[in-house]
Ligand binder design. Structure first.
Ligand code: TRP
Length: 341
């Protein structure tokens, strides 16, 4: 039984999540998952969650969400998260998230939710297309706060774009504790050092994002075949000039390739710039490096995907452990606000 050993009780409680809104990208891997595997699951008592409830905040196809949830969980294991060291589970399998989210909605104010940059950006995009916005897109940070606070989380390893949501989570924890008595641990965000932001290869000023229906040529997916990865990297937009220099502001395309190469080879983007005389050779080496970094993940994913029973048992066991960790604190919160006995 997977559940029979004690998780790394010595380290900090760590929680992070990934949304199943699209196929996971090289950006997800280099910017988050790899660090969860190499650092976070080793130093602490860590939980990693496929946050499928969050995927319902935008228009969704039920079958696709189900497939992507499964695929994301399988990829977390393929990337090297070990069920013997950490808890891997799916958000909707554990009721405590939705249960605590409501109390967070009762703690937050309407104004602070509307100030969230990500919300404002998404609303603007949708308004421009004449689309409506689900109410859950506004309340999403309450759910994210619940994800984090239910577990007494101390550290939240996330990309810089999530810093504001973690900041809000801290505010909600402090406010709740002040109003109703010490209930929640106040968490802090930790950000990856390398390749914090892998940018879109065709549009190097925006993040390499997974969301959206269509597969984009500027986005490398973790499960892309080697030839597809090579093509995408070789077609990456570069900038004016022909010598290779690391100038993120002036030459975002070349800087992005150098960042990716550096992240894949544990090098330094500035030093690497000096080693290349042309964009062509930089692209070729970057393509090779990305293919090599993703190869073992893709291979393990194929093996795991063929063993549905194993992935099911990991997720069932993960949900059971997560539930046991969250339940007492969420019950305590319900009692603190005047519910339950
Ligand atoms: N909002 C995060 C993202 O878009 C995903 C997420 C949901 C998350 N709940 C979380 C991350 C809790 C860390 C902790 O990337």
């Amino acid at each position: 039984m997977l559940g029979s050993r004690a998780l790394g009780a010595a380290g900090p409680r760590v929680f992070s999540g990934v949304q199943p809104t699209g196929h996971l990208t090289l950006g997800n891997y280099l910017g988050a998952m790899r660090r969860w595997v190499e650092v976070d699951q080793r130093r602490g008592d860590a939980l990693f969650c496929v946050v499928d409830l969050h995927a319902l905040t935008v228009e969704h196809d039920p079958g696709r969400v189900r497939r992507l949830t499964r695929q994301a969980a399988t990829l977390l294991l393929a990337a090297g998260l070990e069920p013997e060291r950490c808890t891997v589970f799916v958000q909707s399998h554990v009721d405590e998230h939705a249960r605590l989210s409501y109390l967070m909605e009762c703690t937050a104010s309407d104004g602070e939710m509307r100030r969230m940059v990500q919300y404002k950006e998404k609303v603007a995009q949708r308004a421009a297309r004449g689309e409506s916005v689900r109410l859950s897109l506004l309340t999403y940070p309450a759910l994210m706060a619940a994800d984090i606070l239910a577990y007494g989380t101390q550290e939240v390893p996330v990309g810089a774009d999530q810093a504001q949501h973690v900041e809000l989570t801290r505010d909600l924890a402090v406010r709740f504790n002040q109003r109703y008595g010490e209930t929640f641990v106040v968490p802090r965000a930790t950000h990856p050092k390398v390749a914090e932001r892998v940018m879109d290869l065709q549009e190097p000023t925006s993040k390499m994002g997974k969301s959206g229906q269509e597969r984009k040529t500027g986005v490398v997916y973790v499960l892309d075949e080697a030839e597809v990865v090579r093509k995408k990297v070789m077609r990456a937009v570069t900038d004016g000039g022909s010598d290779v220099a690391y100038e993120p502001e002036e030459r975002p395309g070349v800087a992005n390739l150098l960042n990716v190469l550096a992240a894949c080879t544990e090098g330094d983007p500035r030093e690497l710039a000096g080693a290349y005389g042309s964009y062509g050779s930089l692209k070729k080496d970057t393509a090779d490096a990305v293919v090599e970094v993703l190869r073992p993940v893709r291979e393990r994913h194929a093996a795991l995907a063929a063993d549905a029973g194993y992935v099911d048992s990991v997720l069932r066991d993960g949900a059971e452990r997560a539930r046991a960790m969250a339940r007492p604190r969420v019950d305590a919160a319900y009692r603190a606000v005047g519910l339950l006995a």
